[in-house]
Design a protein around this ligand. Structure first.
Ligand code: GLY
Length: 356
C-alpha cells in the first residue's frame, strides 16, 4: 500500500509536514457542514499549509454522496484553477473521504489527496485503503475508483464530540478487524469498553493502530479486491441486508450497528458451516447484545432479507449469496456460498441468541 498512515494527536504538525512533502500547486479542503463548523476552523487557523486554501463544503449525510455534489466540486476546482498538481484535503467522515477521494481520483484523471478522518468509522475503515465513490439511483458506492490517498492522518482528538452511537458504529469495524486478526486482538477489543464515561483515548488510539494495521495489511496484499480483500466484507452480507431493511422501514440504523448485528449472524453461519467455536460465538453475541441496540425482525422478514443479500454486489452470480466466514479468529474463508435454508437457519439462531 502506497498510502502513508499516521497516528498522532498532533494533527496540525502532521498535516503541515505531509503537505510540505507533497509541495502542491494549491490546496483545496473538503469538509461537510458539520466539520466545516466544528473541526475545520482550528485546522485552518493552526496549519501554515492551509493558509490560502480553498474550502469546499458539502452537505453532511450519506444522501449527499451523489453525482450532483461531485459535479459541484469538479466545477469549483475548475473555477479556482486546480491542476493535477493541486491537493485535496478531505476533512470529515466516510462521506467526505469517499466523495473527496472520488473527485480527486477523477479530476483531470487524478490529483493527490490526503484524508483527515474525523469519525471513528472513517478512521478505521472509509479513509483507509483507497475505496472512493458515490451512490447512484439508491445503490451505495455504485460509481467509484480504487485510488489511495497520499496519506491519512488518524487522531482520536476529533472523537471527543462524537455521540456514543457514532463511536459504537466505528467500533463494529474494529471488532471485525479483530475477528480477522486473531484471538489476541479479539480479546483486547472485547475487553475494552468505549462507552465507559472515562474511556481512555490513548488506549483507543493504540487499539485503532492495531485495527487499521489489520486492514492495511490486507489492502497491501490485494488493493483491488480480487480475493483476500473480500475478507473485509465479514459481517457485511447480512449487515447490509439489515441496513437496507431498516431503511425500507424508514427507520435507518447506523452502518456500524448493522455490521455488529451482521457479525453475530455471520458468526452463527460460520459456526454452522466452518466450525467456528460456539463458545466464542456466545461471547461475541453477548458483547454486541450488551452494547448495541438490537435490530428487530421476525421470520416474516426473511424473504426480504434474502432478496437484499442476493442483490449484494459482491455476489459473482445471480441468485448465489456469498459470504466471508471464519473458521476461527484470524482464519477467514472467502467466497462461501450459503443456501437460503442455511441462511434462514442462521437467522433463527441469531434471533435466539439476541433474544429477538
Ligand atoms: N470497507 C472494506 C474495504 O475497504 O475493503
Amino acid at each position: 500500500m502506497k498510502e502513508k498512515i499516521l497516528f498522532t494527536n498532533l494533527v496540525e504538525d502532521a498535516l503541515d509536514k505531509v503537505i510540505a512533502e507533497i509541495d502542491p500547486a494549491g490546496v483545496f479542503v473538503m469538509a461537510d457542514t458539520n466539520t466545516a463548523r466544528f473541526t475545520l476552523p482550528r485546522l485552518l487557523q493552526l496549519c501554515d499549509s492551509l493558509q490560502g486554501a480553498t474550502v469546499i463544503t458539502v452537505d453532511a449525510g450519506d444522501e449527499a454522496k451523489n453525482i450532483e455534489a461531485a459535479t459541484r466540486v469538479w466545477r469549483t476546482l475548475i473555477d479556482k484553477g486546480a491542476t493535477r498538481k493541486s491537493l485535496m484535503v478531505n476533512v470529515g467522515g466516510g462521506v467526505v473521504t469517499d466523495l473527496g477521494g472520488f473527485v480527486a481520483a477523477t479530476f483531470k484523471r487524478g490529483m493527490p489527496c490526503v484524508n483527515v478522518p474525523t469519525t471513528l468509522l472513517g478512521a478505521v475503515d472509509a479513509a483507509v485503503g483507497g475505496k472512493t465513490g458515490i451512490n447512484l439511483d439508491g445503490y451505495k458506492n455504485l460509481v467509484g475508483a480504487f485510488s489511495e490517498p497520499v496519506a491519512t492522518i488518524i487522531s482520536t482528538t476529533f472523537f471527543n464530540t462524537l455521540q456514543p452511537q457514532e463511536l459504537l458504529s466505528g467500533y463494529a469495524e474494529m471488532i471485525k478487524h479483530a475477528l480477522l486478526s486473531g484471538p489476541q486482538d479479539l480479546s483486547l477489543v472485547l475487553r475494552y469498553d468505549l462507552t465507559a464515561p472515562d474511556y481512555d483515548p490513548d488506549e483507543l488510539l493504540e487499539l485503532l493502530r492495531k485495527s487499521v494495521g489489520v486492514k492495511a495489511d490486507i489492502v497491501a496484499k490485494d488493493p483491488h479486491e480480487k480475493g483476500l480483500r473480500k475478507a473485509l466484507n465479514l459481517g457485511h452480507t447480512i449487515g447490509h441486508a439489515f441496513e437496507s431493511l431498516a431503511l425500507a422501514r424508514k427507520s435507518p440504523i447506523p452502518h456500524g450497528y448493522a455490521v455488529a448485528a451482521g457479525l453475530v449472524a455471520e458468526a452463527v453461519l460460520s459456526s454452522m458451516m466452518e466450525g467456528f467455536d460456539s463458545q466464542l460465538l456466545h461471547t461475541l453475541a453477548q458483547y454486541i447484545h450488551n452494547l448495541y441496540t438490537q435490530f428487530a425482525f421476525t421470520c416474516d422478514d426473511y424473504p426480504t432479507l434474502l432478496r437484499y443479500m442476493a442483490q449484494d454486489k459482491k455476489n459473482d452470480k445471480p441468485d448465489q449469496i456469498n459470504f466471508t466466514l471464519l473458521r476461527a479468529p484470524g482464519d477467514p474463508v472467502i467466497n462461501v456460498t450459503a443456501t437460503p435454508a442455511q441462511i434462514t437457519a442462521a437467522l433463527d439462531v441469531y434471533r435466539d441468541l439476541m433474544g429477538l
